[in-house]
Ligand binder design. Structure first.
Ligand code: NAP
Length: 311
């Protein structure tokens, strides 16, 4: 299939409709996991630029190859630390937790941005059940679901401390980058079995953790975020199918997501927000309601319900 030339795709203006209020981690410690490129790198950039104080720990598999992070390090030498972390190697997660413990003693914000959709010869988004392979399913689960959860597990003691101190907010925030295709109720197209189901697993694991944090009264809020379809390496092979005006620049998407993170409160714990804030999907509402209502109605009803419950 022919690729649509990038020049014909209209990116949403990164400066449009964004409130540039400073984020609430002034003075705090934030970690962005999966920061070498794409959305993760943009989170690091905006967190550094929107705060005058505050420290960022950016993790990635190969710091030496992360040129975007190196450029930010030149500009923000004192406030940015770059650490090696591969979510499939638990010892690298433990090492990062140890570094943060020794250097800062707490964590106020954790963003899990890593993710995989297609890797040549390893993982291809499946178009039919007959193309599903055990190795692809397991690898997608390992990177997209298991990895971020292990990161939260090892950062948990630091987040508990960060939730009560260091910034003007009274909770620490964990934001996991998910995808709308991980919603069971919203699945109208099928396909992409490995990616889709790994994000569903991430959603369920995040929800489960959020329940435990609430039960223990830990000052930590866990949210899931759908960034929209964003112009990055991950989406590039599939952009020809994106409707006009629906492909976002990473600057725009991250501005929107930071706005959601910035206003996250205890009652947001366990919620799944899309980039546009009102476009909210919850796990239980959608999956239950979809047995009785058609999917479109279900999504509209659920968005209406959640918006009015949380407004
Ligand atoms: N772009 C979109 O349209 C879109 C839509 C919905 C959801 N999302 C989600 O948003 C997140 C960011 O996506 P993106 O578009 O920024 O993708 P991207 O540009 O492809 O970046 C993916 C990031 O994940 C990292 N990564 C991959 N495997 C890893 C591992 N084993 N350990 C640690 N890091 C690993 C990559 O690091 P390396 O440089 O080392 O490979 C890279 O930094 C993902 O979770 C994705 O599923 C994106």
């Amino acid at each position: 299939m022919a690729m649509r030339p990038l020049g014909l795709i209209r990116l949403i203006n990164p400066r449009a409709s964004f409130s540039s209020s400073a984020v609430k981690w002034e003075g705090g410690v934030s970690m962005v996991q999966g920061a070498s490129r794409g959305i993760g790198l943009e989170f690091v950039k905006q967190l550094l630029e929107k705060n005058e104080k505050g420290h960022i720990i950016a993790t990635c598999r190969s710091p030496n190859a992360a040129t975007g992070l190196a450029e930010l390090k030149n500009k923000f030498a004192e406030r940015l630390s770059i650490l090696p972390l591969d979510v499939t190697v638990e010892s690298t997660i433990e090492e990062s937790a140890k570094f943060i413990q020794e250097r800062y003693g707490s964590l106020n914000l954790l963003i899990n941005a890593s993710g995989i959709l297609s890797i040549s010869d390893v993982l291809q988004p499946e178009t039919t059940l007959s193309k599903v392979q055990k190795s692809s399913l397991l690898y997608a689960y390992e990177v997209n679901a298991v990895g971020p959860i292990l990161v939260i597990k090892h950062m948990w003691p630091l987040l508990k401390i960060g939730g009560g101190s260091g910034t003007e907010r009274d909770v620490a925030v964990v934001a996991n980058l998910s995808a709308r295709v991980g919603s069971i109720g919203d699945n109208r197209l099928g396909g992409w079995h490995s990616y889709r189901s790994s994000k569903t697993a991430l959603n369920q694991l995040t929800k489960t953790i959020s329940v435990e944090f609430a039960r223990r009264k830990d000052p930590i809020v866990c949210i899931l975020l759908h960034p929209g379809t964003v112009d990055t390496d991950l989406s590039r092979p599939f952009q020809r199918n994106v409707p006009e005006g629906k492909l976002f620049a990473k600057e725009f998407s991250v501005q929107r997501l930071l706005s959601i993170i910035n206003s996250a409160k205890s009652h947001d714990n366990g919620k799944f927000y899309a980039w546009d804030e009102l476009d909210i999907i919850t796990f239980v509402d959608i999956t239950h309601a979809s047995t009785e209502l058609d999917n479109t109605t279900t999504v509209i009803v659920c968005r209406y319900m959640v918006y009015h419950l949380t407004a």
